[in-house]
Structure formats: C-alpha cells, structure tokens
Design a protein around this ligand. Structure first.
Ligand SMILES: [Zn+2]
Length: 540
C-alpha cells in the first residue's frame, strides 16, 4: 500500500548527503547556495521503476523538483518536502492516450478534471481524432484552458472538419482554389501548435476525399514535423477492404513524407477475421522500405460507433442529415438504402452484435441489442434502425472483433495504446467501457493475466512509444530532465471495472498520479487540482 509521509526527511538523524555537501561548501569557504542545499519537492522511493523504454523494471528512486524529474536512481538519504513510499508498487511515466474523444468533455467545467482518465493513469491525451473536432485550434485551446485541465492535451488538425468547412457535405473533389483553402486551414492549425492531421476516411465527409487530397494536406503537416493518423477508409470489406485501406495510410506516409498511424487497428467483422497477419505484413514491409508506419489499438472486442457509421451507406449521407431522412421516406430510395443497410448489418455479424448506447429520444433501448429491441417491437431490424435515425443519432457498440486478431496486433512493437473513449458525465447514457478501462485493462488482462505481452512492453506502448511518435518531447520516459508526468500503481489491485452493461465505473489500483510534477491522484484519491496544459508542438 502506498503511504505518504509529509515533510519527512528520509533516513537517520545523521547528516544527509545534502547537509554534508552544504557543510563541505562552508568548509571550502563557498557561501553561494548550491542546488544540493534545496530539498527536492517530491521523492518517490522504493518502487519498481518501469522507465517507459521497454526496459524491465528495476528498483530506483525518483526525485522531482517543480515540473521536472531531476534525479533517478538510488538516491539514498536525500531531503524532500514530500516522500512517497512506493514499496511494492510500480512507478511508470504517465500514460498517453493517442486517440480519444475526451477533448470535448475536457472543455466543460464539470468534466475538465478528467476523472475517468486520471483513474486509468492517463496524464496526456491527443484530441480531435477521426478527422473530427474544431478547425479553430486557437479557440479550442482557450476553451480547454478556461476551466483548467486535469490532464495535458495535444491537438490534431481534423481533416473531415477542414473539408466540411470548405466543401460542406458534398461528394466531390475540391477545385484548386478550394484545395488551397484547405491547405491554408491545415497550415494555420499547425502554426497553432497541432501535432498532426487526423482523418476519418470511413466517415462522411472524409470518405468523399480522394487519397491525393489527403496527401496534399499531409505535405503541409510534414513541413512542421507532424504525423498523420487515420481511421482508415475501410476496416472490413465495406469499400476498398481493410488491407487496401492500410496500404492507403502507407502511401500517404510515403508520398507526403511523414509518420503514418493506422488508428484503432482492427479486422472488423467475421468476413475479415484472421486478416490481422496480412495487416502486420503490410506495415512490416513498409517499415523495411523506410516508411515510418505505426498503429494504435484498444483492448476490447467491440468497437464504438453509431447506427449511421455502422449501417448507413455514404451515398445516403450526401447533403447531410435532412437528405438522409428524405431518402428514408422516399419509397424508391428507401428500397436501395434498405438493401445496402442489410448488407452492412451482415458485415457487422448481425443484429445481435449491435448494442445500443446513448439515445436521448428513447433511453429504454440503451444497453439492449438491435435484435432484442426489434423483436420486442415486432419490427424488422433495418426498419427499426431507420425509425431511430429519423428521431435522433443512436450510438452503438459493435461486437465485431476476434481475440486472435486483437492479440496479434497488440504484440507488434509499433502498436501503441489508445482508448477511442469519450468523456461524459458519470451515469449519463451507457458509453463504451473503454472510456473508463482501456489502460488498466491492457496491463491487467493482457500483460498480467494472459501474458500476451510483457508488462514493460505494455507500458512502453502507452508511454515512450506514443511520446516519440507524436513528438511529445520530454514525456513518456522516467529519466533526469524529463517532465514529471508519473503514475504509481499497484499491479495486484490494478483493474478496469467498467463493463458494457455498467460502464460508469472508475478503474482501480492507481495509487498516485503526477501531472507536470503535481498530484492529480494522491494515495488513490483524485485531488481535484488541475495541473494539465494544452501542449504545443511549436513550443518544443
Ligand atoms: Zn475512429
């Protein structure tokens, strides 16, 4: 168990090293204050250090002053204002979530603390994934900082939003002038400190973009040293197929000259189960050719999406929501839409594999499957889906992955961890449990219990690897001079508690979290103090 001893110099009443140094300084006639005179702010002692690089754990103390780690090693009897006894605990860099939808929630005063994130050991998130989120990153920065932040936030320029701002929901290529406008918006975002470009080429309006358009925009990002991260055009066999969609990321990475990331990599649906090895081979071959490609992943069998995302074909979304509803009610177009939705339902493995999440117009469906609700109401599943679409935007979890693929992808040295979670008020709706459990679950289930990866590799996938890929300089490792984002956890107690049925449960087993050298969790309690920052690539 973690114990905090305040104001307690460690060791015996005999003179400490620091005191002896001061004494030595006096003897030598020096009166100038030395760094050794000042005690450290925080000393974490006796823990098993996972330094984030993938090294196996080793015993080391960690000394913190201000927002920096100033010493790591056997620090003996040094002075510190506060000593954390981490005996029996693991000490690691704070976890980095490279794909999350929490950015919106963090800008709200009631959620800015990011409790579900801190309780997982997350200290930094990357916002605006899937090509979505605000185009005006300066305004987003102001909104995020207005009420304070529990965690650090790095921003991405969202391709879909940029496209929508210039072209609306039109399914066509941009004119040269429009492409120039889009390039200018991306450039502004990078100037405002973004770490890269996100796309959602599966979703409208990103799906209306040709590869060449994305390459042109990614070239602007490359000038700034940013990355390209993509919810790929197809994770199943909806259009070009999952293998070709990974190839598209590789091509963009090669032709634009920047790191490419296949975000929340998966083989979606029974028709492509087993394809994980083909994806691994594509990425490995690209890397052998010198193209810097990575992936990130969440450790669950279900993805989170919407009825629109899972079932509605993109042609039916051209023109936006009003047009979709008109098509649902037009008998001729409805027949075509119905046939395509039925095909998409089969891709997802059937109506029993789709479970409703938040749906404000009719919360009674939340937590039930499309099959259950359709049967209870005597409706065909597709007719029910269309009816729900007319009244709102039903969210889903889609049980579409298999364990072997998830484990194959997790083991790759270029695979990071990401939640793809959301940040919503406790007890509002039924979000995907990944919002509360991703990081402890990966360590607990896949490293500790199943041994699919070892502990230091799991921690590396959520610390130094994402820090390197995204250029989050000074973070992701425990070493002298690094920024003091630190998590101290009890491996025996570490566990995700969120389930698909009862997702609103904080993870357990995180003893301490430091964000920029200050306590966000102390002795298992969230402190409520807001020490996060909006990070800027430009400042690095
Ligand atoms: Zn996505």
């Amino acid at each position: 168990m973690a114990r905090t001893k305040r104001q307690a110099p460690r060791g015996t009443p005999a003179k400490t090293c620091a005191q002896l140094l001061v004494l030595l300084g006096c003897l030598l006639g020096s009166t100038a204050p030395t760094a050794a005179q000042e005690p450290y702010d925080i000393l974490i002692t006796g823990g098993r250090l996972l330094d984030g690089t993938g090294n196996p754990w080793y015993y080391a103390d960690v000394a913190i002053k201000g927002d920096l780690i100033v010493a790591v090693g056997d620090l003996g009897d040094v002075q510190a204002r506060q000593i954390i006894d981490a005996t029996g605990l693991y000490v690691a860099p704070g976890f980095i979530d490279v794909h999350t939808h929490a950015g919106g929630g963090l800008a709200k005063p009631e959620l800015s603390e990011g409790r579900p994130l801190l309780a997982q050991g997350i200290t930094t998130i990357v916002a605006n994934p899937d090509g979505g989120g605000p185009v005006d990153l300066a305004a987003q920065r102001v909104a995020l900082l207005e009420h304070g932040l529990g965690v650090n936030v790095a921003l991405l320029v969202p391709h879909g939003s940029v496209r929508e701002q210039v072209l609306g929901m039109e399914d066509r290529a941009p004119t040269p002038a429009e492409l120039e406008q889009m390039r200018a918006l991306v450039r502004t975002g990078m100037e405002q400190g973004a770490y890269g470009l996100s796309s959602g080429l599966y979703y409208a309006p990103g799906s209306y973009a040709a590869t060449e358009e994305v390459i042109e925009l990614a070239k602007v990002v490359a000038e700034y040293g940013g990355v390209y991260t993509s919810h790929i055009r197809d994770e199943a066999d909806y259009n070009i197929g999952v293998v070709a969609a990974v190839d598209e990321v590789i091509r963009i990475s090669r032709e634009a000259g920047l790191p490419g990331i296949v975000t929340h990599i998966k083989a979606l649906g029974p028709r492509v189960w087993g394809y994980s090895m083909a994806l691994v081979q594509r990425i490995e071959r690209a890397r052998e050719e010198g193209i810097e490609v990575y992936a990130d992943q969440y450790p669950y069998m279900a993805s989170g999406t919407s009825v629109t995302g899972a079932l509605v074909p993109r042609w039916a979304q051209v023109g936006g929501r009003e047009e979709l509803i008109r098509r649902i009610n037009d008998p001729r177009e409805r027949a075509r839409l119905r046939a395509d939705m039925l095909e998409n339902l089969d891709r997802r493995g059937g109506a029993a594999r789709l479970q409703f999440r938040r749906y404000a117009p009719d919360p009674s469906i939340e937590g039930r499957t499309l099959e259950e609700v359709a049967e209870a109401r005597g409706l065909d599943p597709i007719d029910l889906a269309m009816e729900l679409l007319e009244h709102g935007r039903p969210r889903l979890v889609s049980f579409n992955m298999n364990e072997a693929d998830v484990e194959t992808l997790m083991c790759q040295p270029w695979a990071m961890t990401a939640s793809d979670g959301d940040l919503v008020p406790m007890n509002e709706g039924v979000p995907h449990p990944r919002s509360y459990g991703t990081f402890p679950r990966k360590i607990r289930l896949y490293a500790r219990d199943k041994g699919v990866i070892d502990l230091s590799t799991a921690v590396r996938s959520m610390t130094s690897l994402p820090a390197n890929v995204f250029g989050l300089s000074g973070r992701g490792v425990l070493g002298s001079g690094a920024i003091a984002d630190i998590v101290v956890f009890d491996l025996d107690r570490l566990q995700d508690l969120a389930t698909y049925e009862r997702p609103h449960q904080l993870a357990q087993g995180i003893a301490h979290v430091l964000v920029n050298g200050r306590f966000a969790i102390e002795e298992g309690e969230i402190t409520g103090r807001l020490h996060g920052r909006v990070l800027s690539r430009r400042a690095n």
